[in-house]
Each structure stands twice: as structure tokens, then as C-alpha cells.
Design a binder for this molecule. Sequence first.
Ligand code: SD4
Length: 331
Amino acid sequence: MKNRRDFLKKTALASAAITLPSFKGLDQNELSYSNQKVNKPIVLSTWNFGIQANEEAWKILQNNGRALDAVEAGVKIPEGDPNERSVGYGGRPDREGKVTLDSCIMDEFSNIGSVACLEHIKHPISVARAVMEKTPHVMLVGQGALDFALEQGFQKENLLVEASEKEWKEWLKKSEYHPKANIENHDTIGMIALDNQGNLSGACTTSGMAFKMHGRVGDSPIIGAGLYVDNEIGAATATGHGEEVIRITGCHLVVELMRQGKSPQKACEEAVMRIVKLTQNRGKNLKDIQVGFIALNKKGEYGSYCVQGGFNYAVHDATGNKLIDANYFMK
Ligand code: SD4
């Protein structure tokens, strides 16, 4: 009898020992958020054009608006600008001369919406949001995504601007695919924000790698790869060679590293190091690869890291809107 009681006691203690740490972990997080001053609202976005995009997002954030509305409004700025040649209207086409867009969005409740290989719609991020809010699904692609967008009242437009068409025709002469990262310092906008209510959201949108195969989808519309938000922990978004980001489910990794207690900076560094290691293991040349991550946690702390120099990001908080050169691995 005594043995049985001992056994039950030990088992109870063992299971308490198993469950307790995870509860303790959560409590500690909550405690640290409530004890420290949170830097909010705050918004971060990739590349030079992040400055203008942040301005737009800030209008919403400073009026106590929702991070979700802020990130959608923010990324629509480069999406709608024909001079920005890596996002939305004006984006570089695939090798068939078609502009195909990838976007996703994620809110504080882990609602998600995404479109991939979407043609003819200037603001794919808003279609992604409509997928999130108005369908039972999380991702629509190609013709199905276009049909849905048109049903929702989005206008069909020609997104191929003259300059992009000219570049594509030039490219066709050799048809060599060596995707360059850091093109003109604005490739893909990823934006993550923490609002005054302490809630996180994110958006990511791109025309993808120039002269990609028709139908190619990168990391940007893939939740967990190009974007991830966990309202208990933090958010991350990525830019660069999508294939490499998908290989490590990059942004989910960054958020999980923050969950383990890493700062946003350290989490980005560790994710980049994972890419470095896998590239070397696969016998590929790291010089051909660029990936950059930006991350934000619930306290409003942020960080960034990339494989090669040349990546920058914009941060807007109560102290202003600034561009920061990301630290990088290949010195
Ligand atoms: C993609 N990650 O389609 C995007 C492109 C990009 O810097 O971010 N380029 O793979």
C-alpha cells in the first residue's frame, strides 16, 4: 500500500515537474512585460521604402489604431508605387513577362490570409486580408486568387510598367537566371507592428524574384517562412532568396527562438546562422545568397541580421522614423 502511495506521489510530482516549467515560462514572460516599460506603438519594415511605409502605418498606430490596419496600410504604399520595382504595381515580371504577386498577412489572433502567384491586382495584401476575413481558407493561388479578388470588387489592371518590360526583354536575350538580392535596396516589403493595445500583426508582399519561372512562389506569402506573428511572443518577417527562407521556415524559427528567451537580435542571428550552415552543408556558395530577417518582441524590442551587407530596415516609434543598416555575417 505504502509503495503504491509512494508511486502515486512520485508520479504526481513527476507530472507536476513536467507541466510546471511551461506555466512558469509563460508567467515569467507576462511578468516581464508588465514590469517593464513596453516600447509601443512601434513599426518595423524592410528596406529604404520602409520609411514611407512606416509613415503611413504610424498614422494609424499613433491614433490607437490596430496593428493589423497599420501594416496593411503601410505596405500598400510601395505596392501602389510604379517606381518600386519589387512590389505590387511596377514589380519585375517572371520570365514569361507576367507580374505575379505573393502576399500574406497575420493578426494578433493568429488569423492568417495569403495569396500567391496573383496577377493583375495592384494591392495583393488587401486580397490576402480578404482571404483571411471572408473565406474558410488561408491561401488562394493563381487564377483562383484572381477570381476571388474580382468577386470582391478589386480592379483588374496591367501591372507591367514600361521600365520592367524593357528590362525583361533585355533579360530574354541571354535568359540567365542569377537572382540578385539587394536590388536597388528595396526588395519585398515585410512589416511588423506592435500597437498601443500591445497587440502584434504583420504583412509581407512582393513581386518575388525577377525573371523567376512562371508559377514560382517564394517565402513571402508563406506563413511561417516570410512572416510569422505570435501575439504572446513577437513577430518576424524576411526578405531575400525565398527558397532559403522556406528551407528553414525562417520567421517561425525566429519567433520560436524569441520564445526560448532570445532577444530579437539574437533570434535573427541564429536563424541566419542556420542558413549559413545549411548552405555550406549543401556545398552551395554563400556569396550567392542573401536573406535578411527583422524581428520585434512584445516589449517593443527589435533586431535584425542578414547574410551579406546591404540590407537595411526602417523603424518608427515615439522617437521618430529611422533607417538602420542591418548587421551581417559575411564580413
Ligand atoms: C522572394 N523573398 O520571392 C522574396 C524576394 C525578396 O529580396 O525578398 N527579395 O523570394
